[in-house]
Design a protein around this ligand. Structure first.
Ligand code: TA6
Length: 280
């Protein structure tokens, strides 16, 4: 079904999607999770996002790949025992609503919002919206507005899975300073240079630089970050074999570079915070 010339309704498995295709780029957005699953600018026709070939597309668990939206906590940092509340918050499991679309000469913007923004682990009133702009670049912006009478603290991430030909031949440019290593009990460790990959990697970089470049097989993907306090870099490597919705060698073709808030943003009543990732 056509919503506008540039926006069509489609589906993947049992999940409804919106396909944006305009003069400069094409993206596919799953309503389940408010989740961008594909982006290809027309000028080079190169897919920027990795979607697991065995992703669960039943709408029963979060989609493995694309740009998962983590909110209002990151990972298992919800103050309860691990597993008591869903990893990365409770927006990845909801069917988001289409709120608005905007079109100008070379950009299409789709605004989505989740139906439920408070629940176990986070009991505040808030408006959350995801603004997705598709053109030569993809811009994804998660806007949190405090509509409560109380202040609250939240974390969030745009947990993007980038497609790479071979992660062993990939270099990540632009990071410096220390990172916290989840694999070494959060020990602070200096960022390697060159930043290349040869094993499981799960790191929260504390120096929130504005840009990264993922350099792989003669291509460069520019990743811009705004409104963040950290950048997370993740590849499960061989432990992908124990992740149900990744095949054993899926790790070779993905690298997560995440625009994140992991140190807690305090939002006063009436205030908003945008967390933005731009992919070129
Ligand atoms: O962002 C890195 C991370 O928090 C890892 O620790 C890893 O568990 C990953 O996210 C995937 O989480 P998920 O809940 O999607 O399986």
């Amino acid at each position: 079904m056509t919503v506008s010339t540039f926006l069509q309704k489609s589906s993947r498995g049992s999940i409804e999607t919106l396909v944006v295709d305009n003069a400069l780029g094409r993206a596919e957005i799953a309503l389940f999770g408010g989740h961008v699953i594909a982006f290809t600018p027309h000028h080079d026709n190169r897919q920027r996002l990795w979607l697991s070939p065995v992703a669960d597309l039943t709408g029963k668990k979060p989609i493995r790949g694309g740009i998962p939206v983590c909110w209002p906590w990151f990972s298992d940092d919800h103050g309860r025992a691990k597993g008591e509340l869903p990893s990365h918050g409770f927006l990845r499991n909801q069917v988001w609503q289409l709120v608005e679309t905007q079109q100008n000469e070379d950009k299409t913007t789709v605004i989505l919002s989740p139906p439920v923004t408070s629940g176990e682990g986070f009991g505040f009133k808030t408006d959350v919206a995801l603004h997705i702009t598709v053109g030569r670049e993809l811009c994804v912006s998660l806007v949190t507005k405090n509509t409560d009478i109380k202040q609250f603290t939240f974390n969030a991430a745009l947990h993007t899975y980038f497609q790479v030909d071979n992660v062993s031949k990939t270099e990540l440019l632009g990071l410096s300073g220390n990172y916290k290593d989840k694999l070494s009990n959060w020990q602070e460790t200096p960022t390697p240079s060159p930043y290349v990959f040869s094993g499981e990697t799960d790191r929260i970089h504390l120096n929130p630089v504005a840009d990264n470049i993922i350099s792989t097989s003669g291509t460069s993907t520019l990743v811009k970050h705004q409104g963040h306090d950290s950048i997370v870099v993740w590849n499960p490597w061989r432990s992908a074999a124990s992740i149900a919705d990744m095949d054993a060698f899926g790790y070779k073709h993905m690298l997560c570079v995440e625009t994140a808030i992991t140190q807690g943003v305090v939002l006063n009543p009436g205030d908003s915070r945008a967390l933005t990732q731009i992919i070129a």
